[in-house]
Design a protein around this ligand. Structure first.
Ligand code: FO1
Length: 324
């Protein structure tokens, strides 16, 4: 698609809403098929928490390590070539060691925590960190203020996300989620300006878990409304393949909440926002419009970098067609 003549050459042209490992995979595909500065990402910070006196932002860091090529692809989070000297010492002296903090990763938490303590906004710190990793995409936390995802379990507990996801390994049944203090949070002005500006080629909802990766972003006042009013094609990539999640607790969560593990359940989470949806070839029958919107069925499994780039290309070409 030819860019509009009046478009500034360095403005982002594609905005991705992203959280978790699946989101970061598609972010990398988009980062490679676009010019680096053309990609903007609104990142989930609902996974964030205070731990050992540090502010940990897992989804921001997963995107940062993934786009800079320093992530541990096998583990799915943290850095390649990581060492664990500090964590093992912590364990030996009886400190809290349930959350895996690698030595290199710790440097990022120390840097971020100190600047937050000095009063710098998370968005500004994130810009500094991503620049230090040589990343030219514009990655923004969904808000500068903390908005923690709380998992309400079927045994009556309200678990902060990491306690549910890491400490209890997603074992507890879920009955719902809340996004703590979302109502008083504010989205980055650059993000709202980008969505309202009308200059975007596409808005992509990544194949992330809607409940714990995308809905936290949509819970920040102003974001869902701006997306709903946008004329830009908004395309969601389903995180399900044949009713199963590629990774993580999504299918289990859906079952526990009495929702079918279907692309329809995913589309329902984004009601009123989607121009079209990308589903996996194995779910091709959904393409016969059970989703009541334009649907493209492609291979959505992303094992290799080539898979990530091809899916990104499929998403952008689909969005271009929807925007014609
Ligand atoms: N996920 C785990 O399953 N176990 C861990 O010990 C763990 C540590 C960790 C440290 C830093 C970081 O950025 C991510 C980390 N993750 C870990 C992933 C984290 O729980 C994320 O919230 C998930 O990637 C879901 O988004």
């Amino acid at each position: 698609m030819t860019s509009a003549p009046n478009r500034k050459t360095t403005a982002p042209s594609v905005l991705a809403l992203s959280g978790g490992i699946g989101g970061a995979k598609l972010d990398l595909g988009l980062y490679h098929v676009l010019k680096p500065w053309e990609l903007a990402v609104a990142a989930n910070t609902g996974d964030d928490f205070e731990h050992l006196g540090l502010t940990i932002c897992p989804d921001l860091d997963t995107i940062m390590y993934t786009l800079s090529g320093t992530s541990d692809e096998v583990r799915g989070w943290g850095r390649q070539g990581e060492t664990w000297a500090c964590l093992s010492q912590l364990k030996e002296i009886g400190g809290s060691s349930w959350f895996g903090l690698g030595d290199k990763d710790l440097a990022v938490h120390l840097y971020r925590t100190e600047l937050l303590r000095q009063g710098k906004p998370l968005g500004e710190i994130t810009g500094n960190l991503f620049a230090s990793f040589g990343i030219k995409a514009q990655v923004m936390p969904m808000a500068d203020q903390p908005v923690g995802t709380i998992v309400h379990t079927t045994d009556g507990r309200d678990l902060p996300f990491q306690r549910y996801f890491v400490e209890e390994r997603c074992a507890p049944g879920v009955r719902g989620f809340t996004y703590q203090d979302a109502e008083t949070a504010t989205p980055p002005t650059a993000l709202l300006a980008m969505i309202r500006g009308g200059n975007l080629r596409a808005i992509v909802i990544c194949p992330s878990n809607p409940f714990v990766s995308i809905n936290p972003i949509l819970s920040i006042p102003g974001i869902r409304e701006a997306l709903a009013a946008s004329k830009t094609p908004i395309v969601a990539v389903s995180p399900l393949i044949g009713g199963a999640a590629v990774k993580g607790p999504l299918a289990k969560m859906l079952a526990e909440m009495g929702l079918p593990a279907s692309n329809r359940s995913i589309a329902d989470q984004y009601k009123g926002l989607l121009t079209g949806m990308i589903i996996d070839k194995t779910d091709g029958d959904d393409a016969n419009n059970q989703l009541e919107m334009p649907v493209l069925a492609v291979n959505t499994l992303m094992n290799s970098l080539e898979d990530r780039k091809r899916l990104a290309q499929d998403v952008l070409e689909f969005a271009d067609r929807l925007g014609e």
